[in-house]
Design a protein around this ligand. Structure first.
Ligand SMILES: [Zn+2]
Length: 231
């Protein structure tokens, strides 16, 4: 179980809806307990459609609005859209700098990101944003000689205290989301372009949350892998 509730937390994910599927119950719970949460979405999600008449140009603003609506349901303070094209994330210095800049600007004590070491994680954007965020948390956010241009923008070094990988193979931290599960579903329902026709969404996520909590005696849970940070 996680005991320390941070004052500020950040989730860094590849796509609009990734956070809602994996850590939104935890974010909503912490927000209710007084935490400020910022969500960083790396891509504009402009390839996530099965509608053959959809175009990437039309899809990107739709997904942005869906994410803003979901964030409002959860009580997220701000959504930072990095606006990279969907499916095209690479481990570039530019992406590392963008994530480092967000960490230094909002100064979260806790950061959530996707687990690049999860076995058979199919979506390469998920693998890449996780790896980039780990590198941004440590050491780029901490050390001023990384991306020195950030110092000239007033973005001073920052030490993240807690790093949590979302949806890991081997969790070692669990959060009881029984009280915020309904908000997680309501936030997901805002992503109409993604789950609008999924009638089994709530049932599927309820079963998953029950599975994740079972070993801990929690009715509905989200689970994480804690990455130790030594400074
Ligand atoms: Zn995704």
């Amino acid at each position: 179980m996680m005991s320390e509730i941070p004052v500020r937390a950040m989730a860094v994910v590849a796509h609009p809806d990734d956070a809602e599927f994996t850590c939104a119950g935890t974010l909503a719970k912490w927000i209710d307990l007084g935490a400020e949460v910022v969500l960083v979405v790396a891509t504009n999600g402009n390839k996530g459609s099965a509608d053959l008449s959809m175009t990437s140009e039309r899809l990107a603003p739709i997904r942005r609005q869906e994410e803003l609506a979901a964030a409002a349901v959860l009580g997220i303070k701000e959504v930072v859209f990095l606006d990279y094209p969907d499916g095209e994330l690479e481990e570039t210095p530019a992406l590392r700098r963008d994530v480092t800049a967000a960490i230094r600007r909002y100064r979260p004590e806790a950061v959530f990101t996707q687990d690049p070491y999860r076995r058979y994680q199919l979506h390469r954007d998920h693998r890449i944003i996780g790896a980039v965020t780990m590198s941004a948390v440590f050491p780029a956010a901490r050390d001023h000689l990384y991306f020195p241009e950030l110092m000239t923008q007033g973005l001073l070094p920052h030490k993240v205290k807690q790093l949590y990988m979302i949806a890991p193979d081997e969790p070692d931290a669990w959060v009881d989301i029984t009280d915020t599960f309904d908000r997680k579903i309501a936030a997901l329902r805002c992503h109409i372009s993604q789950v609008g026709d999924n009638e089994n969404l709530e049932q599927m996520l309820r079963e998953r949350a029950a599975d994740l909590g079972r070993s801990q005696g929690i009715a509905l849970a989200e689970s994480f892998k804690r990455v130790p940070l030594y400074y």
